[in-house]
Structures are given as structure tokens and as C-alpha cells.
Design a protein around this ligand. Structure first.
Ligand code: PDD
Length: 283
């Protein structure tokens, strides 16, 4: 079965899905994106992701090429056309096609691309049982990482460094020595029974998975502290995690070669993953 993607108003065979080489997404990373998980043919936390997309668009003064209500229609079409049971939807809006010039061109239509792929929840659960290893890298990003822009070179370099060091994720550290977040996830540590995550300022992307987990933990009376943490705090942690639309809740068992707790997936990881899975909104 061929894969179907959405490009600027048409559903096309993925092999034929193309954008112009003068698209400003390609030339300048001038655009924003979202990643939605699909579980059981339904979109996970749709409202959170679509609202964040519109916030990102607004922050870079880009108009949506379609009305807000139309996005779910196209996403659902792709889920159906690609027969996705569990999967990921990638959606990107760029400023559109124009001759290369830094300032905003006038009278161009933004480009919209949506793609879908299947994932295996069994792979997720088996990765969860193993946990992942994290490498600490410098946070080389700009000052507005709260906007989900296409400008991803620093996280690409961070993730590559992690992989070259036998790790699955990078935790980026700022010039004050604090962890901001993962290259494509939010970062959490647990010290005794206190869960700590970086506050949602301009220095991190306010993850939709992060918001859902916080909502879930409130119901379970878990003590959450939104504050910055450093390498010393990581050494005192008994458990650690990342969250994202692609990894859900994923335990971290080693940071820079240092074992978290006993180096195995802990009981809170299971509790948080279960609480998160119960709290997600499916649409
Ligand atoms: N990344 N922080 C960063 C820098 C991210 O890129 C992401 C997500 C998150 C988690 O956000 P959410 O829970 O809304 O997925 C935090 C996506 C998955 C990606 O770029 O593939």
C-alpha cells in the first residue's frame, strides 16, 4: 500500500509529495510544526497540539493557510487513508514560496504539509522496560525555543552527539549549568518523592505530553516542583524521565554514564506512564 501525504490542498502519493526549492521552510527554516501521536486510530491531546500550533504561528506572524477547524479533518483523513492504528502525524506550516529575501514577502500563501506514519506500541513498551541513556550537551539554541519552529539544527547536533556516545537522547545544559530540556523532549528527575522539571519559560518548549502528565499527577497527589536542575541534582535523583509526543513517558537509566538510582527502570516510571496513559485525551 502506498503512503499518502497532504501537500497544500491535495492528497498525494508520498513519493510524489514535493515542495518548491524556494519554499522559505527550506531556505530559512521560516515556519513552525507539530507532532501528534495516534493511539488506537485516535489523535492524542489534539486540542493541546493545535492550540500550540496556532500560538507558534502567531509568535512568528504567520497566518494559517486553512481555518483551525479544518486541521482535524485532514489529520483524520491521513489516519484513515494510511490505515494507521498507532502512529505519528507530522504537520508543518512554512511562510511559503518566494525568491530568497530575508524580509517577509507580500502576497504569498503559506505552505502546509502533513505526513503520517505507523509506530508500534509494543516497541514503545519494550523500550520503556529497558529505559534510555542520556548524554549532556550544550544548549546552543536561540532565545525563543518556546516556539516550535523548524529551526532544529542545534537539537539535531545534540541528538547526533548523544547517539555517537551510545545514548538515545541529549539533555541540553545552559550557560548557568542547568538542564533546559531534551533535544526533542522535556526532562524530569525524581528526588525521593519529589518530581522536578524545568519551568515552562522561553527556555523550553512547553510539551503537550508534559502538560498531560502534570494534569495526571495532580489527580494522584504527586509533589511536583517546577524548578531548574543541574548535574548535582541529577546525581541525587532516584529516577529520571523524558516526555514527548513520540516517546510518551520514557525512563532514563543513565546520564553521562552515571547510573540513576540502581540503573534500572523504577516504580515511579511505571506509575507516571500509567497515569499519563489514563489522562490523555483522545479525539
Ligand atoms: N518534539 N522539547 C522539545 C525541544 C521538543 O522538540 C519536544 C517535542 C518536546 C516535547 O513536546 P511534546 O510533548 O508536545 O511532544 C519538548 C517533537 C516530538 C519532535 O520534534 O519530534
Amino acid at each position: 500500500m502506498s503512503i499518502i501525504s497532504y501537500v497544500n490542498g491535495s492528497y498525494v502519493d508520498h513519493k510524489d509529495a514535493k515542495v518548491n526549492i524556494e519554499d522559505r521552510g527550506y531556505q530559512f527554516a521560516d515556519g513552525v510544526y507539530e507532532v501528534f501521536a495516534v493511539i488506537n486510530k485516535q489523535i492524542v491531546d489534539y486540542d493541546g497540539h493545535i492550540n500550540r500550533l496556532f500560538r507558534s504561528l502567531n509568535e512568528i506572524s504567520l497566518n494559517s493557510p486553512i481555518v483551525k477547524e479544518a486541521y482535524i479533518f485532514h489529520i483524520r483523513n491521513l489516519i484513515r487513508k494510511n490505515n494507521i492504528h498507532d502512529g505519528l502525524i507530522y504537520l508543518q506550516v512554512s511562510r511559503g514560496v518566494a525568491q530568497r529575501d530575508f524580509k517577509f514577502p507580500t502576497k504569498i500563501k503559506p505552505s502546509l504539509v502533513i505526513t503520517a506514519k505507523s509506530i508500534s506500541m509494543e516497541n514503545y513498551y519494550s523500550k520503556f522496560k529497558q529505559g534510555i541513556k542520556v548524554k549532556i550537551t550544550d544548549d546552543l539554541r536561540w532565545k525563543r525555543v518556546d516556539i516550535k519552529t523548524l529551526n532544529l539544527l542545534p537539537p539535531v547536533l545534540a541528538k547526533q552527539k548523544a547517539v555517537e556516545n551510545g545514548c538515545e537522547e541529549a539533555w541540553m545544559i545552559d550557560s548557568d549549568g542547568y538542564i533546559t530540556e531534551g533535544s526533542s523532549s522535556n526532562a524530569w528527575i525524581l528526588i525521593r518523592d519529589k518530581l522536578i522539571t524545568t519551568p515552562a519559560t522561553n527556555s523550553i518548549l512547553k510539551g503537550i505530553t508534559r502538560t498531560s502528565l502534570i494534569r495526571a499527577l495532580k489527580r494522584k497527589n504527586i509533589k511536583l516542583i517546577e524548578k531548574r536542575f543541574n548535574k548535582k541534582d541529577i546525581k541525587n535523583a532516584n529516577e529520571a524521565f523524558i516526555t514527548s509526543a513520540t516517546q510518551f513517558v520514557m525512563p532514563v537509566i543513565k546520564v553521562d554514564g552515571y547510573k540513576i538510582g540502581n540503573g534500572k527502570v523504577g516504580k515511579y516510571a511505571h506509575m507516571f506512564k500509567d497515569a499519563y496513559m489514563e489522562a490523555i485525551q483522545l479525539k
